[in-house]
Each structure stands twice: as C-alpha cells, then as structure tokens.
Design a binder for this molecule. Sequence first.
Ligand SMILES: Cc1cc2nc3c(=O)[nH]c(=O)nc-3n(C[C@H](O)[C@H](O)[C@H](O)COP(=O)(O)OP(=O)(O)OC[C@H]3O[C@@H](n4cnc5c(N)ncnc54)[C@H](O)[C@@H]3O)c2cc1C
Length: 370
Amino acid sequence: MSFDVAIVGAGIAGASLAAELAGQMSVLLIEAEDQPGYHSTGRSNAFWHPTYGGPHIEPLTTASGTWLKQPPVGFPHTSFLAQRDAITIGRADQLHLIEGFERRFAKNNLVLQRVSGDDLVQRVPGLGGDWSHGILETNCFDIDVASFHAACLAVAKRKGAVIAMRARLTEAQRLNGRWALASETQNFEAAIVVNAAGAWSNNIARLCGARDIAVTPYRRTLTQVRLKKPVSPHLPFIIGIDGSFYFRPEGSDRVWLSPHDETLSPPCDAAPEETDVAIAIDRFQRVVDWPVAAVEHSWAGLRSFAPDRLPVYGFDPDCIDFFWCAGQGGFGIQTAPAAAKLCAALIARTEPDPMVAGIDVKVYAPTRFA
Ligand SMILES: Cc1cc2nc3c(=O)[nH]c(=O)nc-3n(C[C@H](O)[C@H](O)[C@H](O)COP(=O)(O)OP(=O)(O)OC[C@H]3O[C@@H](n4cnc5c(N)ncnc54)[C@H](O)[C@@H]3O)c2cc1C
C-alpha cells in the first residue's frame, strides 16, 4: 500500500495530525500496540493548564484550548473540557519562586491572580498553615482525553486515513525517492515519514537515518487514593511552586496525586515504583489535611523532552522527507490541536490555519539542533 504520509505512532500526536491531514493527503497511521492510547496518551493527568510547560508552550496550549472547548464540525463532541481552577502554591520561604513564576509569564497575557490567607484556605479547605502563597488560574480545565483521542482517530478514518495496529515499524529505507517501510505485520510505501512515536522518537529517527535529537523519556507517576472523608469534586488542581507535587480530586472521595517525579527511562511500558507512590502520598499529606484511606491504583508514563524542553515540529534538515512531531513532554494533550494544525501546514506546504497563524513555528524547528 502506498501513501503520501506515513505517521508512526497513534498516540494523541499521531492521531490528531492524522485527523488534520487526512482528506488533503493520503495518510497511513502505523501503531505498534493493540490499543492506540496505550502509552503516554492513556496515562496522563488529563489537565489543561496554560502555564504548564513554560511561556513558549503557552501559545500552543491557548490555541488548542479554543479548539478543545468547541471542536470543529465533524467531531462528535461539543467540548472536551470541563472547568477546574488551578492554584500554584508555595510556603513563605518560596515567595521568591512565586514572584519568579509571575515574571516568567509577564508577557503571556494570562490572568494570574495572587491568593493568600483565608482566601486560599477557603479555596482549598484543609490546606496546611505553611502554604501561605498561591497563584490562582481560573481558566483551566480537565480534558476528556479518551474521547478526544478516539474522536481524532474516528475523524481520520472517516476522511480516508488507514490505521494499521500491531504494526511496529522495524525497517525504513529510501527507494526511488520514497520510503519503503516494513512493519512486524505489513509493508508500506510513503513519500513522507512522520515521527510521532513519543518515547520511541529516537529509535524511529535512527531507523530512518535521521539525526539524533536526543528526545529523552522520563518516567512520571500518578496514583489514585481514596480519602477517609469526602471533599468537593470541584476543588482546584493544586501544584507546588517547587515542582515537587500536584494533585486534584477525582470525584468526591478520590484524589489523583503525583510526586512530580522525572526519572530517566528507556522507552518502555513504564510502571510505577512503590517509592514514588509513597513519596507522592507523603508530600500530599504535608499539604492538606485529607487523610488517605487506601491506594486504589497507580500508574506511570513517559514524558519525552528535547534538550531545551520544547517540542520538535518540522522536517529534518538532513534526512529528506522525514518530519519530526516529537518531544511533547508533559503538555502533549493540551497542545495537540495546535501542534496538529502547525505540522499539517508544514507537511502539506499550505498556509497555517488562522487558529495557529500567530504562533512562530520556527521556535520548534528541528533545525535549532543543527
Ligand atoms: C503521568 C503523566 C501525566 C501527564 N499529564 C498531562 C496533562 O495533564 N496534560 C497534558 O497535556 N499532557 C500530559 N502528559 C503528557 C502527555 O501524556 C504526552 O505529551 C502525550 O501523550 C504524548 O503523546 P504522543 O502521541 O507523542 O506519545 P504516545 O501516546 O506515547 O504515543 C506514541 C506511540 O508511538 C508508538 N510507537 C512507538 N514506536 C513505534 C514503532 N516502531 N512503530 C509503530 N508505533 C510505534 C507507541 O506504541 C505509542 O502508542 C502527561 C504524561 C504523563 C506520563
């Protein structure tokens, strides 16, 4: 089978790009696993938070938010988002970090509201007295990741994309100006290969003879605990200013929490370590007086970063017809709609959609590592 574009990896990066490109070009989406969201996409914290990832990620997040709030005609949902505040908290001795945070985002046109004292405790009942400073963001959302991902795959398919599951790419070579691709189950041919393989991005680059950009996977752990006493399911997402924890309610008597770990890992089926779960619970209990009844479920996933922690979108400068859509770190879901539109315009060589026209895609180009 022969295609204009073969996208390797059917996580949210590959699926959203396939939905964007199909119809304009013939698209193949190749996925190694039985289930397309099996790796990072199915293991996220499912949160949309404009300051997460830093000032250079925010434009991608903001543009994507508009799309996720009101997906275009053809998508079966009216919205993939549900409102939830976020508060970044710090102790008195971390005030300089709070101030630094505000300075970092000074040019991003976001509403960051200082909260402290009774106001902070009212917003987070049971908050320990040490936590005296907070930055409130009211424009944040839970993301329905499963529906978003499934909808991208369905739209891609409806527009004619072919999705090959259980088809791990094992060989790629240039033959007569095109890519000859071999997977575990089938062979394909394509004009362009897109590397959307998440933690495996470097493997795909190596397979295709592209440069090593050192997109590096790091493990992050999440655990769901049951509480002894219920809390409001609408309480904010709470994140430590020093990047050592985050948590948010999941219903009225459960919380998702993370020790914000970032442990170097090979690309793999990541699993949580007991120590990281214990650290997550210990840090959580130092923040709020919400006693834990039981650990119900823990999981881990890989967040993959380029050396400068910005994503990599664009054609490789040396390896012909090899396109990078990698390094989405901890923001790959909340930025996917904008990333898909930017990448689709570069691949199809069309003008970018007005939704992303103001975003400088050069910031994310692989040529920055040349
Ligand atoms: C614990 C955790 C919390 C997170 N929280 C958030 C959050 O709140 N908000 C947010 O926006 N982001 C969050 N993220 C980040 C987000 O999950 C990722 O950035 C995003 O899922 C990356 O998507 P992807 O498609 O690039 O990768 P993946 O979902 O990993 O998909 C890559 C796919 O490529 C496939 N593949 C690999 N090699 C091959 C091959 N040779 N042939 C064929 N297929 C191959 C893999 O099987 C995989 O399915 C979180 C991540 C983690 C781990």
